[in-house]
Design a binder for this molecule. Structure first.
Ligand SMILES: [Zn+2]
Length: 68
């Protein structure tokens, strides 16, 4: 086992693999308190379906509609 199998402070915590067997292949630096780099946070927080719609504008109001 090596450090590669653990998320590191100050690094993107994007995980790949199955439960109990994760790896953290992304070593992009992130700010304190931030879990993912810009690329991966986009994947984590915005479903691909919505990402496509957001390109035509109105992203914020879309989020509110979903929450209602
Ligand atoms: Zn990343």
């Amino acid at each position: 086992m090596s450090d590669f199998s653990l998320p590191r402070p100050g690094r993107c915590k994007w995980a790949e693999g199955d439960a109990g067997n994760y790896t953290f292949p992304c070593s992009n630096r992130v700010e304190a308190g931030v879990s993912y780099c810009a690329d991966h946070s986009a994947i984590v927080y915005i479903p691909p379906e919505e990402r496509r719609r957001n390109r035509s504008g109105g992203g914020m109001s879309l989020s509110f509609k979903r929450a209602a």
